[in-house]
Design a protein around this ligand. Structure first.
Ligand SMILES: [Fe+2]
Length: 512
């Protein structure tokens, strides 16, 4: 780092930062003196990847942006100089930023792709805020966010949407355009934020897409390639609008690293050493590009994204990691763990004793029993699923939120899936993809596999998201679709099914 400020070199800067120098370098918190080394002004368009907030708490939220004046620069650096850049943020009670609640400065550094993740604290519970960033003379677009209610507070309602699987090359993000218009307290993203495949004529179904250079044609595997792929996805204006509309709670599935990987194993014959490196850079790029707190910064190939949120007394939300800790399919099915021992204990400890009316389990892959050859889903982990179902029977109103399969499915979860007359212990709401698999159709060749089960109440193979509204009395889930995504982003939104789940009586009841 070179300094243009007399007597203020890198060493002085680090001394001033003192014990916080590590966090300064990570773009989390910076002392007021951190206006170091402004260098030449950045090129216009520093905020071309948008802004985001996430992981809301009663007293704060994580803000996010990543500076990238040239987001699709082939080297993955977003057109940024390889030096640290101070970024100011402000959080206001009003959209015009007249009543400022918090402001501060963080450092965007090349080590984290010039992303910043300030963790704002000292906010009021259960209220709306607006935020924006500034670098030099450039001001970011404003985002809207919302803190969670105070712990234990009686909460009248909690509205959220769930989304997953946004293969940029398969279609436009029309679903995000509509999601951004909803009045939401939160958005859950359940995995496959990016896809790792090379983008070629055969899979580029998004009509009118900008011409992409050869660097996009190969399967991604380096840190720079993952960064570039996130930038490609995040260049979509409708995804940016969805991030700017509400705080997101994200988890990952497989394509953030590689299709169908299991813990430390690729299914494509990559050596363990190579795959460990790949997982490390993929997890790092995930952190860099999403509004996650420092706790999610991976340590080499190890990341922590399972975490818990309480929405007053109304809901407890358990975000799961169903990829990193799962056992290999080489083990006998009855011995396989999906979550790993530590996460499984953590989940049941938090669910079974939970005082919340609703207990949400946000997870990557389908829990409901469908076919035994679906070994990438909980169907491949029958004993582990049995323990989950058993824990759900001792939990108040469990609700599983799932992505992954690129179909809308609503299912009742049974005490014994082999006996459809057995007790319903909870519900599973599976959201279809945002874009993966292109336009889709209401029904397809897979529908019969799902609809053969009386506990599966809905199947639809088009693109969209699920909207949910929880109150102390009821959960209403609405399955929304857009009729097309390949041609353009103009498709209208339609609700294909609406279900009521009364508190105290698990099940799915069709509403008009
Ligand atoms: Fe997917």
């Amino acid at each position: 780092m070179t300094s243009t400020r007399p007597g203020f070199d890198r060493r002085t800067f680090l001394q001033l930062a003192g014990v916080t120098s590590a966090t300064v370098a990570l773009g989390i918190a910076a002392p007021d003196a951190a206006g170091a080394a402004p260098g030449r002004p950045l090129r216009d368009g520093a905020f071309s990847l948008g802004v985001a907030s996430g992981d809301p708490r009663p007293d704060g939220v994580v803000l996010w942006t990543r500076l990238a004046p040239e987001p699709l620069a082939a080297d993955g650096h977003g057109g940024m100089p390889l030096r640290q850049v101070p970024v100011q943020y402000e959080v206001a009670e009003d959209e015009r930023f007249r009543r400022i609640a918090r402001r501060g400065t963080v450092i965007a550094s090349p080590e984290l792709a010039h992303s910043v993740h300030p963790e704002v604290r000292g906010l009021q519970p259960g209220r709306e805020y607006f935020y924006r960033f500034r670098v030099g003379a450039q001001l970011s677009p404003a985002g809207r966010t919302r803190t969670l209610p105070a712990p234990g507070q009686r909460t009248g309602s909690f509205s959220f949407a769930t989304g997953s699987c946004q293969a940029w090359y398969h279609g436009h993000f029309a679903a995000h355009r509509h999601l951004a218009d909803e009045d939401l307290d939160a958005v859950f993203f359940l995995g496959d934020y990016i896809y790792e495949y090379g983008i070629t004529e055969s899979n580029l179904w998004r009509r009118g897409a900008p011409a992409l250079g050869p660097e996009h044609r190969v399967e991604i595997e380096t840190l720079e390639q993952y960064r570039l792929r996130y930038a490609l996805h995040k260049s979509d204006p409708h995804l940016q609008a969805a991030h700017a509309a509400a705080p997101w709670l994200v988890t990952w599935d497989d394509h953030e690293v590689q299709n169908d990987y299991t813990a430390d194993r690729s299914k494509y014959g990559i050596s363990p050493e190579h795959f460990e490196h790949r997982r490390a850079v993929a997890y790092r790029a995930f952190y860099e590009n999403l509004p996650l707190s420092l706790a999610a910064l991976p340590n080499g190939p190890d990341g922590r994204v399972h975490r818990r949120f309480d929405v007053g007394s109304l809901a407890r939300i358990n975000m799961l990691d169903t990829r990193q800790f799962r056992d290999s399919l080489d083990l006998p099915a009855q011995q396989r763990s999906m979550l790993g021992g530590e996460q499984e204990r953590w989940l049941y400890d938090g669910m079974v004793g939970s005082p919340a009316t609703w207990n949400v389990i946000a997870n990557g892959v389908t829990v409901a029993a469908i076919t035994e050859d679906r070994t990438d889903q909980w169907d491949g982990f029958p004993a582990a699923r049995g323990r989950l179902i058993e824990a759900m029977q001792r939990t108040s109103n469990p609700v599983v939120l799932t992505g992954d399969i690129h179909k809308h499915v609503a299912a009742e979860l049974k005490a014994d899936f082999a006996d459809p007359a057995s007790r319903t212990v909870g519900v599973e709401l599976i959201c279809t993809s945002i874009a993966s698999d292109g336009d889709g159709a209401p029904t397809d060749k897979y529908a019969a596999d799902w609809l053969q089960h009386p506990y599966v109440k809905l199947y639809d193979g088009r693109r969209g998201y699920v909207h949910c509204r929880m109150t102390p009395e009821e959960l209403v889930s609405e399955f929304k679709i857009v009729p097309w995504v390949q041609a353009d982003a103009t498709a209208p939104i339609e609700t294909v099914a609406r279900f009521s789940t009364p508190a105290g009586s698990p099940g799915l009841h069709r509403k008009a």
